[in-house]
Write a protein that binds this ligand. Structure first.
Ligand SMILES: NC(=O)c1ccc[n+]([C@@H]2O[C@H](COP(=O)([O-])OP(=O)(O)OC[C@H]3O[C@@H](n4cnc5c(N)ncnc54)[C@H](O)[C@@H]3O)[C@@H](O)[C@H]2O)c1
Length: 347
């Protein structure tokens, strides 16, 4: 039985007494390590990694396993704990490693980016990439606890906070109606403060969905892909961050939900006005926006979803605050809406 309900632990600074510093292995983003050398200093066993998609490469993985095993000068047993300290790439990599070393070591996630704190450190998905295809190999391996450390998270710049907000809004819109209203009631606050204040609720909201469909067999977990269909296309085409892409994907999905009569116009208006008050913007409203070519969108979405041109996509629509609906759409339907909204042009 896998326990998907990781314990959430909130701290101001990295805890002094939670780990066995003589025994546990710290896997840390080397950038974070440079900013906070005090964390690694506590641990006897430290593996420093460079964050990013190349860390999740399947080809490079064997070398990482060998290097980690070489570090240890004591017999490795299943009660050794892997502590992952970094963003989503480090978490996905460390989680996978922990899940297979000795058929499973203990795992604690300490996410350091907003994206990982809100989303990727929870729900138990670990992942490696095969060639350039993301997340093709992985396990379900939830951390026994997730540490949310204010000092580490709050020092990220405003740009990163705006990215985190995309994922936060996604989960808030699909949770109870009161969450979105709560999230947007003080739009003048700094994005990082909005995130910190709503972090625990966002994690609980994701966990609620995960616990109902942990292995993604019922389709419910797909709700968490709200904003991600066009989001992934935007991320790949414009090479921008995941969170910013998801935010743009949310504009698209909400607009489409309203256009097809699922979401009352009045509600989409409230949502877009709240975005505006929080100083978020759809790229479509900026002068510099250069639309994609429709054929490129088709190519990227087929690649992302591993589908053929006549296959259907499970698209996440919004019918109301707190009411996301997963519905199959054809590729031509999706492309035609992308075109109608102006995200792509024909030529
Ligand atoms: N497992 C899941 O459920 C899940 C869900 C969503 C995304 N993901 C994965 O998460 C990854 C993206 O996450 P990410 O954006 O956190 O990636 P990341 O780990 O690549 O971090 C992004 C950048 O932020 C830097 N960074 C880390 N901590 C920082 C800090 N405190 N301040 C400033 N910079 C910091 C990193 O060095 C890196 O340059 C992708 O690989 C994606 O596939 C996984």
């Amino acid at each position: 039985v896998i326990n998907f309900a990781s314990q959430l632990l909130f701290y101001e600074t990295f805890p002094q007494n939670l780990f066995d510093f003589e025994k546990d292995l710290l896997i840390i983003d080397q950038w974070v390590d440079q900013q906070y050398p005090a964390i690694a200093k506590k641990f006897k066993y430290v593996y420093r990694v460079q964050a990013g998609e190349s860390l999740k490469s399947l080809t490079a993985f064997a070398q990482h396993v060998e290097a980690v095993l070489d570090l240890w000068d004591q017999p490795l047993s299943r009660n050794h704990c892997v502590v992952s300290c970094g963003g989503g790439s480090v978490g996905d990599f460390s989680g996978f490693l922990a899940s297979i070393l000795k058929r499973g070591l203990r795992l604690v996630q300490c996410p350091t980016t907003w994206l990982s704190a809100i989303d990727s450190a929870h729900g138990g998905k670990t992942a490696l990439n095969v060639k350039s295809v993301k997340n093709q190999v992985g396990t379900f391996y939830p951390a026994e606890s997730v540490l949310l450390i204010k000092e580490l998270l709050q020092q990220q710049g405003p740009e990163r906070a705006q990215e985190g907000l995309g994922e936060l809004i996604k989960v808030a819109l699909t949770d109870q109606p009161s969450f979105f209203h709560e999230l947007t009631k003080n739009p003048e606050l700094k994005h990082e403060d909005i995130i910190w204040q709503n972090l625990e609720r966002a994690i609980q909201a994701k966990n609620k969905i995960v616990l109902q469909d942990p292995f993604e067999t019922k389709g419910l977990r797909k709700i968490l892909n709200f904003g991600h269909t066009l989001g992934h296309v935007i991320e790949a085409h414009y090479q921008v961050s995941h969170g910013e892409s998801v935010l743009q994907g949310l504009y698209f999905a909400i607009e489409w939900s309203a256009k097809c009569g699922l979401l009352p116009e009045a509600q989409s208006k409230v949502i877009f006005q709240s975005f505006e008050k929080m100083k978020l913007q759809s790229w479509l409203e900026t002068n510099q926006f250069i639309p994609m070519k429709l054929a490129r969108v088709q190519q990227l979405v087929m690649f992302d979803k591993k589908i053929t041109s006549d296959a259907k996509i499970d698209f996440v629509f919004l019918a109301d605050f707190g009411l996301a609906k997963v519905m199959p759409v054809t590729l031509p339907e999706f492309l035609s809406e992308v075109h109608r909204q102006g995200w792509a042009v024909d030529v």
